[in-house]
Design a protein around this ligand. Structure first.
Ligand code: PMP
Length: 341
């Protein structure tokens, strides 16, 4: 019989799939790209919690168990509502820890409900109070994290975040490409993925080019932290988990390009992925087009796609939402009502 003992054993070992039409390389219309580089997407939504963050959740929790920071019956407290929360909630549930997430009230009810569905508790804080107010997001999470038995993973400073990618994601990509990878493209939030994978790949072959993709406005591409809409990537500060020496190049991507390309991935590659995936894949397409012009048919580009598009159906995949922010909604599915058919 073939089975896993727990969903935790299903984390990692995600597949690579070749990108075709969306690269707009000569021949890509027919799906037969002659003379272009091979571009492979690492599909992280196939992790059991639905994102790349399952990897860091497991590694951070196991390290805290080993160091004694997290004791049996302990409580995990983290100010997050996104993919890291889901990963932590899933691992905590399997290992018997309590999980409390603190999030601002602007976080959607759907996102809070996902965490609750795994058995986690969600504390919602008002956005409209000053940071020094006792009910503020910062004060509530600090107060909860200082209770006896509580442990805060702190994904922005925890070295086990990049380490999980150094130990799993990087070696997987190296083995899956049989050491033939020439370029690695990846978005940056905490910077854990690019730092861990990039370091591992460069240790195997210093010629591997590591390319960050970054929303226009974020500090990684020289911005000042001005707002952008793509979620999970870009920062207005430099996290400890980001290794500033690892990226050879950072490609700045606009929200408009990120969202349009996210829609293309669903419509043309049947990859229903999130906005940071569209952003990273847009950067990979740019790299592939440059390589094609240089005649680098030997190049193997791997782009990491962190999560699924299911969490963005009311945003990126919703024409009204896109239009509200002034983004193009062209080339989309006909959305006809029954009377019009
Ligand atoms: N995309 C999404 C959707 C994410 O949630 C994150 C994590 N914040 C990233 C990309 C970036 O990954 P990392 O934190 O490892 O840089």
């Amino acid at each position: 019989m073939q089975y896993a003992n727990s969903v935790l054993d299903l984390i990692g070992n995600t597949p690579l799939v070749r990108l075709g039409r969306t690269l707009d390389l000569p021949g890509s219309d027919s799906g037969d790209i002659a003379g272009g580089p091979l571009v492979l997407a690492k599909v992280e939504y196939l992790n059991p919690g639905g994102s790349v963050k399952d990897r860091i959740a497991t590694r951070m929790i196991e390290a805290a168990e080993a160091s004694g920071e997290l004791q049996p019956g302990g409580t995990i407290v983290e100010p997050t509502s996104g993919n890291t929360g889901v990963g932590l909630a899933m691992v905590a549930q399997q290992k018997g820890y309590r999980c409390v997430f603190v999030c601002p009230d602007k976080v959607s009810v759907d996102k809070r409900n996902v965490l609750k569905a795994y058995g986690a508790e969600v504390v919602v804080c008002p956005t409209a109070v000053a940071p020094e107010h006792p009910d503020s997001y910062y004060n509530v999470s600090d107060r909860l994290a200082s209770q006896p038995g509580a442990w805060k993973p702190n994904q922005y400073a925890n070295p086990h975040n990049p380490r999980s990618h150094y130990e799993t994601t990087g070696p997987e990509i190296w083995a899956q490409t049989e050491g033939r990878i020439t370029h690695f493209v990846c978005g940056m939030g905490t910077g854990g993925t690019i730092s861990g994978v990039g370091r591992y790949l460069k240790e195997q072959n210093p010629d591997v080019q590591v390319i960050g993709a970054d929303p226009a406005g974020s500090v990684y591409s020289g911005g000042t932290g001005r707002p952008y809409l793509v979620e999970g990537v870009g920062e207005d500060f430099w996290p400890d988990t980001y290794d500033r020496t690892v990226a050879d190049r950072v490609i700045e991507v606009s929200d408009a390009d990120s969202f349009a390309f996210t829609r293309r991935l669903a419509r043309e590659e049947a990859l229903l992925v999130g906005g940071s995936c569209g952003m990273a894949a847009w950067a990979a397409r740019q790299v592939a087009q440059e390589l094609a012009e240089e005649g680098r048919t030997d190049a193997v580009v791997v782009v990491l796609l962190p999560d699924s598009g299911r969490g963005y159906l009311t945003k990126i995949f919703n024409d009204e939402w896109l239009a509200q922010y002034g983004f193009a909604t062209g080339a989309q599915a006909d959305h006809r009502t029954v009377g019009e058919v």
